[in-house]
Design a protein around this ligand. Sequence first.
Ligand code: HEC
Length: 174
Amino acid sequence: MRNARIAKLAAAVGLCATAAMPFAAGWANDGAASSVLGDKLPPGYRDWRLISVAREEGKLNDIRAILGNDMAIKAFRDGTLPFQNGTIIARVGWSDDSFPDGNRSFGHPQSFVSGHPKNGVQFMVKDSAKYASTGGWGFAQFDGGKPTAVVQNTCFSCHETVKTRDFVFARYAS
Ligand code: HEC
């Protein structure tokens, strides 16, 4: 039952990753683009510390890093839930590419590395009052540096399956 529901949601988000592009272009053109983080990627997010890494198969087919601002890192390291207001968690993704230089050095194919940025950059922002209806989390996605239209419930419906961990899948990779 539960697996079927997750599979359905996964199919939806897979479509989203590609279907979101025309939307993003439209928004960028009329200058009305915005997200729970405003219209720009949060400054310095690429330098945030690493929480974990992940890989998605299927339509998403990428490798990804989960990064957190200082509040996020502290909560993960201390193991405290729920996350405090002001916590931001980022998900960055790249194509998962075979790596010829590595393969040559090993003498056989086995190396894979991050390729081009893929499936946008996603964020979860904690503000328990503002986003009370979605577990206290605001969700944002940026494609090519521009915010895309995000239906909070589309993101939340999936993250809701990890309610006992304050709706966050990632575990700290120590
Ligand atoms: C089909 C289910 C599903 C949907 C829909 C979904 N996510 Fe996730 N999300 C996941 C899973 C599973 C992970 C953990 C594995 C990974 O990173 O791929 C994750 C991880 C994340 C993370 C890293 C923190 C964490 O929970 O591990 C962020 C940030 C995130 N998603 C944002 C979003 C945003 C923004 C949206 C909507 C645009 C969204 N997600 C929609 C399943 C989903």
